[in-house]
Design a protein around this ligand. Sequence first.
Ligand SMILES: NC(=O)c1ccc[n+]([C@@H]2O[C@H](COP(=O)([O-])OP(=O)(O)OC[C@H]3O[C@@H](n4cnc5c(N)ncnc54)[C@H](OP(=O)(O)O)[C@@H]3O)[C@@H](O)[C@H]2O)c1
Length: 330
Amino acid sequence: MATIYYDQDADLGLLKNKVVAIVGYGNQGRAHALNLKDSGIDVVIGARNNGNSFRNAEAEGFATMSVKEACVKASILAIMLPDEEVTAVFKNEIDAALQENSEGKTFVFAHGFTVTNQTATFPASADIVLVAPTGPGRQVRSLYVEGKGLPALVAVEQDASGQALGVALAYAKAIGCTRAGAIKTTFKEETVTDLFCEQAVLCGGMPELIKASFNTLVARGYQPELAYISCLKEVKLIADLLFTQGMDGMRDAISNTAKYGSVIAGPSIIDAAAVQKLEQLLNNIEEGRFARDFIAEASAGSPVTREYASQEVNSRLARTGRELKSSLHF
Ligand SMILES: NC(=O)c1ccc[n+]([C@@H]2O[C@H](COP(=O)([O-])OP(=O)(O)OC[C@H]3O[C@@H](n4cnc5c(N)ncnc54)[C@H](OP(=O)(O)O)[C@@H]3O)[C@@H](O)[C@H]2O)c1
């Protein structure tokens, strides 16, 4: 059984009299900042002058300053930037802040990408910890406001102070995550499992299966609206069952027809060749090739991602979705 920490294992006192700099006031950063503030922690925001985040953070009452200034002022630096931007922001702002003041810093990440793939370097005197909520920032915030929390993953990469885990757990408590449970992991394990699952299942494999199944039906002359509802909309029903009841609970809840069909068809689609591709995908991530390709793609202005998105937005599947949205009240 994994080690799971709860509120009683975390001491908010480790964050008192410290300033937390939230670097990047986006999806995660805004939620962390608001929750930390509501937990009584002193928060400043580091953002670029001309960006939306600077204006938003100021409008929401935070002391807002340049990234460099925030990283000089604070001892806890929560790096809530897009993963592909981290190298440039270190080079342009954070490294300069560390030259002025690098003593006793703790770096907090919400994903292990930067540390696992070594896209930034850190002083030997710093602590480096992971507090990765298992969902988007708006859920981190809304659950906190309801008195609940989103589970998180916590890890320590570097423990110069001897207090790194304590600080990570205090941070997790301040953003509400130890109310639900914070699971102990490593940066590498979090990075690999997160990237692998988003590519193999959540954002890569499942959407492609939906698309290919929709296209197969439509190519045989079936109505696209019906194909869309069966292949895409109904995913939510099964996802909800999987989420609440697990794989066996889901199977118990479906019809006998669906049960038999699924055990015959599922393994024939996800066959030995598909499993071999999953293993190749995992190698690609574990050996750092995915990270290198992603950073190169981002530096070139994301041509592959943009081309794919423009094809997708014009596809029959997407058009059917837009048409149904305006005509079916569901
Ligand atoms: N999104 C999720 O659901 C999720 C879940 C778990 C973990 N994470 C992790 O959380 C971290 C943050 O991701 P996110 O999705 O919250 O990011 P995001 O919403 O894309 O946040 C972008 C923020 O970074 C700022 N920014 C971007 N480039 C910058 C630059 N060059 N200099 C200064 N500021 C810059 C943006 O400021 P401007 O307004 O000025 O552009 C904005 O405040 C990542 O490590 C991610 O993997 C995300």
